[in-house]
Design a protein around this ligand. Structure first.
Ligand code: ATP
Ligand code: MG
Length: 224
């Protein structure tokens, strides 16, 4: 008899600088989790880019602590300290290899923003990424950006021969992994905005969870 255990676990990985994490990120994670019936979605803060100063990007342990606070209360959300612990430049290829090792047998969905997707040709070993996981490209611009079904407009030139059309917003990589384009709710919140509101001494209510706002105040982050 088939047991629940024998079902493939579907796990999402959502990386970002999360400087700090805000309600826009959390809403994306929730919508993706629901749309793809993921058992869990891990929020993975990156380590600090070496060329960025402390006032620009808070220390990894602070960003991780805020992610941990933000995810509390949602049993579908997890967080991972992998990139923060590793330090140095965060390469998605290494992060994916790590999660594949940790989550043997799981189907992994790697979530990236449209902005990151447009630059994917510059990522380390980018063409190998799609052999390691399924991808979900999230667009904050809604369906407008995605209605054009031609792979020429959706895929960077370097990747056009590696995917074939499967159904609306879904493509199949030569490795068998899928790639999806998904329109998500556009909450007009960015970490940049949260940092500038903090620096100006204004309220962060409803931009970030209260637990994150309190952490920012207590640790005097982003006051420059
Ligand atoms: P910054 O303002 O410092 O650039 P950010 O708000 O863009 O920060 P990141 O940590 O860079 O946050 O974002 C991680 C991922 O989340 C990116 O892929 C980005 O496209 C996506 N993202 C950020 N804000 C939103 C939002 N409000 N709605 C949907 N996606 C978002
Ligand atoms: Mg950004």
């Amino acid at each position: 008899m088939a047991t629940v255990k024998s079902e493939t676990r579907k796990i999402g990985i959502f990386g970002g600088t999360f400087n700090p994490i805000h309600n826009g990120h959390l809403r994306v994670a929730e919508e993706v989790r629901q749309a793809f019936a993921l058992q869990k979605i891990y929020l993975v803060p990156s380590s600090r880019p070496p060329h960025k100063g402390e006032t620009e990007v808070a220390a990894a342990e602070h960003r991780l602590a805020m992610v941990r606070r933000a995810r509390r209360g949602n049993p579908f959300f997890g967080s991972s300290s992998y990139e923060c612990r590793k330090g140095g430049t965060s390469y998605s290829i290494e992060t994916l290899a790590y999660f594949r090792k940790r989550l043997v047998g799981a189907e992994i969905y790697f979530v990236i923003g449209w902005d990151a997707w447009c630059e994917i040709g510059t990522w380390h070993s980018f063409s190998k990424l799609f052999s390691l996981a399924n991808f979900i490209i999230i667009s904050r611009q809604g369906r407008r950006l995605l209605v054009e079904d031609s792979s020429e407009s959706l895929f960077p030139f370097a990747l056009q021969d590696e995917f074939c059309y499967e159904k609306e917003f879904c493509y199949r990589h030569t490795s068998g992994h899928s790639l999806h384009f998904m329109a998500v709710t556009r909450l007009d919140i960015s970490s940049t905005r949260v940092r500038s509101e903090t620096a100006a001494g204004r309220s962060l209510r409803y931009l970030v969870p209260d637990s994150v706002a309190n952490y920012i105040y207590r640790n005097k982050l982003y006051v420059s």
